[in-house]
Design a protein around this ligand. Structure first.
Ligand SMILES: Nc1ncnc2c1ncn2[C@@H]1O[C@H](COP(=O)(O)OP(=O)(O)O)[C@@H](O)[C@H]1O
Ligand SMILES: [Mg+2]
Length: 244
């Protein structure tokens, strides 16, 4: 039987009039948004603009927050934060396997660690990992569940510049291989335009700009056409570059 067209085209994430507020202060102000299945989207915004609030709402991690609106998201969602959140008393592989089961779980965990470049570190303790390695382990832990949606909240924000560039390549490769929908929260315009095929700017509780970045991958910061996207995004963020 032919699959339902509706199922093929149904967005992975759908928000209608999503509102969230803290102590009477509105942070998300009626957001309408669809994220198609398999799309790599970045969400930009100033500090305090509500990026994490939106991500937590989509992740279903905000039961105590006041709000309204409609939200639908896939069943299998993984979340990666700036801090790897590995349990220090469990070895790396055991961290990756936390909450998974099935008799091939350990094999899948080892495969996920190999995929993020941590083959041979299965029995290491989290304290023995560098910041970049810990984030690799966090990515392995998120992927072992084969998520339909990967939510990442400034996952590279605490890493040095070189490590961050390597992590960009890794995240893009992982996405190509597994094809989850990705929502990457970042305040780094360059990170957004190098990685994402669509960039949203959160401003005053709404999506102020929704930009499709139609350039091939892997992308280079030197691509002059990316420069045009950068300028539009900076303008939407209210940043002017001519400080000289
Ligand atoms: N649990 C909370 N209680 C009260 N205020 C909060 C809470 N979480 C976030 N806020 C407020 O909501 C606003 C948006 O926060 P957040 O979503 O973390 O912003 P971003 O991730 O874009 O930096 C900020 O003003 C923040 O202080
Ligand atoms: Mg945040």
């Amino acid at each position: 039987m032919a699959p339902h067209t509706e199922q093929l085209t149904r967005p992975a994430v759908s928000l209608r009039g999503l509102t969230r507020s803290f102590e009477g202060r509105t942070v998300l102000d009626g957001i309408d948004l669809d994220l198609p299945a398999g799309q790599f989207t970045a969400l930009l915004g100033h500090s305090g603009s509500g990026k994490s609030t939106l991500l937590r709402a989509i992740a279903g991690l905000d039961h105590k927050v006041a709000g309204s609106g409609e939200l639908s998201a896939p069943q299998r969602v993984s979340v990666v934060f700036q801090d790897s959140r590995l349990l220090p008393w469990r070895r790396v592989l055991d961290n990756v396997l936390l909450g998974t089961n099935g008799k091939d779980a350990a094999d899948r965990g080892r495969a996920a660690l190999a995929e993020v470049g941590l083959k041979g570190r299965e029995r290491a303790w989290p304290s023995e990992l560098s910041g970049g390695e810990a984030q690799r382990a966090a990515l392995a832990r998120s992927l072992v569940r084969e998520p339909e949606l990967l939510l990442a909240d400034e996952p590279f924000g605490a890493l040095d510049a070189l490590t961050r560039i390597r992590m960009h390549g890794l995240l893009r490769r992982l996405w190509q291989h597994h094809r989850p929908s990705v929502l990457l929260v970042t305040h780094d315009v360059d990170e957004a335009i190098v990685l994402a095929d669509r960039v949203l700017v959160l401003d005053n509780g709404r999506i102020g700009l929704d930009l499709t970045i139609d350039r091939p991958h892997p992308r280079s910061h030197r691509d002059p056409l990316l420069g045009e996207y950068r300028e539009r995004l900076l303008a939407a963020l209210g940043v002017t570059e001519d400080l000289a």
